[in-house]
Design a protein around this ligand. Sequence first.
Ligand code: DX5
Ligand code: ZN
Length: 225
Amino acid sequence: MTRRIQIAPSILAADFAALGHAIALAEAGGADLIHIDVMDGHFVPNITIGVPVVASLKKVAKVPLDVHLMIQDPDRYAEAFVKAGAARLAVHVEVLPHLHRSLQFIKSLGVEAGVAINPSTPVSALEEVAGDVEHVLVMSVNPGFGGQTFIPRSESKIQAIRAMLDAAGNAAPIGVDGGVDQTNIARLVAAGASMFVAGSALFGAADPAAATRELKAAAMAGAAR
Ligand code: DX5
Ligand code: ZN
């Protein structure tokens, strides 16, 4: 089955004084979603964006906001991020003892419920919610910072999660986040991913719109193979 390729530029790598401009460039390049990295300084060793910023970005973005919650207590803040304009939330399996309940809660807020999984977390951590997740975000770096090197083992992890979702009869897409660029995206498509978060590969480029367009083209070429 060929899934629709989606590119989600991560504004973490953009100039925070000009986020509206960054989003416009990404959209001009065909971005399908805008990826927003929320970090709390507890779950990950960095602090980034909060609810008011998401609300402001919602006013200027034309594509849906994909909010990645790298925070210790996502249950507490999910509703606020939805009210601010998130169309999708990804929460980390590592912080949620009642992951099934959290996913049901996010769905009840009317948005897509995704689960993010860290490089050191086994695929089996997702097994019991394989039928419930609406997308899985495979972390291909340790979350906390942009511009890190892609962890090669992520490729087989994508394959294993795809097999797990398929076995559960769940066609939910798999996203990849961290170190995604032109050199690896086709392989990640082949492994079973269809949604790609990229920060430095896009906003670190001289022309982020062109870089977004080229990254999507590279993914589509991988899908056509
Ligand atoms: C990492 C974030 C990523 C990050 C990706 O903690 O979740 O979304 O912005 O950035 P790059 O593409 O630079 O690895
Ligand atoms: Zn992210």
